[in-house]
Design a protein around this ligand. Structure first.
Ligand code: AMP
Ligand code: ZN
Length: 136
């Protein structure tokens, strides 16, 4: 448990939460500031800062837990889809530094919009960035 980590405190039962799912490795609870009805967070019990640092097995457990929760959102809330969102570092909107996956039920008539308008890339730029990223 990390000092001053609010999600560690939720996992430990030291801070209140609306917990909806638990297993040996993960806990899921309602997000206090939901983007849509039912927005929840899945967190590994073991503390890590984010995707850069999370233990591989914990990442897998969180993914499986997110799937289980997404299926229950579909069945119980009647959502029409689900977004999974992970934020890693402030540049990517992370505000709580304990690894978590947002599980966001989506409804055909909800007001969420994509925050970007993707445009088709130039082929040579795609090739350049792919060369930088490719495992050698
Ligand atoms: P992120 O910006 O990806 O780091 O997401 C952190 C999320 O945690 C935000 O959506 C907050 O609304 C949510 N949050 C912060 N504190 C709490 C809390 N005590 N209980 C539930 N959700 C929280
Ligand atoms: Zn923590």
């Amino acid at each position: 448990m990390a000092d001053d980590c609010i999600f560690c405190k939720i996992v430990a039962g030291e801070l209140p939460s609306e917990t909806v799912q638990e297993d040996e490795h993960t806990v899921a609870f309602m997000d206090l500031n939901p983007w849509t009805r039912g927005h929840a967070l899945v967190v590994p019990r073991r503390h890590s800062r984010n995707l850069y640092e999370v233990d591989d097995a914990d990442l897998g457990y969180a993914g499986v837990a997110a799937k289980r929760l997404a299926l229950r959102m579909r069945d119980r809330l009647g959502c029409d889809g689900v977004n999974l969102l992970g934020c890693c570092e402030p540049a990517a909107w992370q505000t709580v530094f304990h690894t978590h996956v947002h599980v966001i039920p989506r409804y055909d008539d909800d007001p969420l919009q994509l925050p970007v308008r993707p445009r088709q890339a130039e082929q040579d730029e795609l090739a350049r960035v792919a060369a930088e990223l490719r495992e050698s």
